[in-house]
Ligand binder design. Sequence first.
Ligand code: EAX
Length: 324
Amino acid sequence: MFLKKVALAGVIGLGLATTSAMAEELKVGYSLPATSHYGAAATAFGEELERLSNGKWTIRQFPANALGGEREMVEGAQIGTVDVVMTSTGPVGNFVPETLITDIPFLFRDYAHAHAVLDGPIGRAILDEFPKHGLIALAWAENGFRNLTNDLRPVRTPEDAAGLKVRTMENPVHMTAFRTLGVLPTPMAFPELFTALQQGTVDGQENPIGVILSAKFDQVQKYLSLTQHVYSPALVILSPAVWNGLSDEEKDWFKQAGKAAAQAMRKKAYDDAQNGIAELQSRGMEIVTDVDRAAFEAALAPAFAEYAKTFDPAKIEEIRNYRP
Ligand code: EAX
């Protein structure tokens, strides 16, 4: 639902009541602080949309879970209480099962591979499934490659990870992977995570560097292992309550704003991944760089066998071997 913002007051104050200037203010929600890659995305979205629409739309940002966790925000977009959600794919598979294939660990080799797949026909086809589930997806954005943190011991191998109680996103693909590693997966909404780590309800969690930094998990976690075990896509989601009222030209503006958001998010997530590790170290985390990633991938063999039953194995291979 739009929050109507009558921008007339300022105009009249200047004695320039030449335009009816009624901007429609969109509520944009995300789970991290405004300084994060999500904030960068929201700001880029707002600027681009305002520019393209000549001020018809403005945005109001609700960072840091102000509108609830990612699952709740996506629900909000479905029913029209939230206009735009910038979210990881974490809980999205519970709404749009077609996204789940992108959550498979060790699926994407690097950023270029992920971007090629998601921005190409495979990614497009997944975005096209959203309307069937009462949502609009404007673009694939980026949360980043996820890394394991914990408070008990340095983790280099799957054996080191086994037995840890690790918070996962509310995502069945991720949970299968962690269970396979002998980790006790504890699905939990992101807003509860800091306290759960602080109180020792869970020993660890996993997230991209930009998330660990901006959520200040260094305050409650000692060890950061650069596992990069899974690429974590993000999405710019729009409520159908907004979309259905748009002209074709306006829809195009929203898509372009979604792309600008995705670009800004990818850039900030990448910068954080490059510069954030040193920052986390200076804040007192012990960084484990010599992670045996090949051993983690090998230990996940039973999980891969399970994914091959849940998903079309040919599609998984197509993604793995994708060349634009
Ligand atoms: O989207 O829940 C998570 O761990 C996500 O990566 C986080 O909310 C950023």
